[in-house]
Design a protein around this ligand. Sequence first.
Ligand code: ZN
Length: 74
Amino acid sequence: MRCPYCKDPMEEGCVQGPRGIYWSEKPSKFIPPYKKNTMPLSEETFLTIPTIRAHRCQKCEIIILCSKEKQVYW
Ligand SMILES: [Zn+2]
């Protein structure tokens, strides 16, 4: 994948959040954020680390999350 800003190749990797990864219009102080317009991006089961595949451009300091590619790590 190429960075949409600088067009350089992006690094493949993942983003992990011990309490889940969510998209929300506004930040929440509650975990998980039970708000309107909040969408979980990671699969969550007991004793797993919520993980989502991602691409990173270090130069532009952006990360693109692939929310269709959820992964579960034990
Ligand atoms: Zn870039």
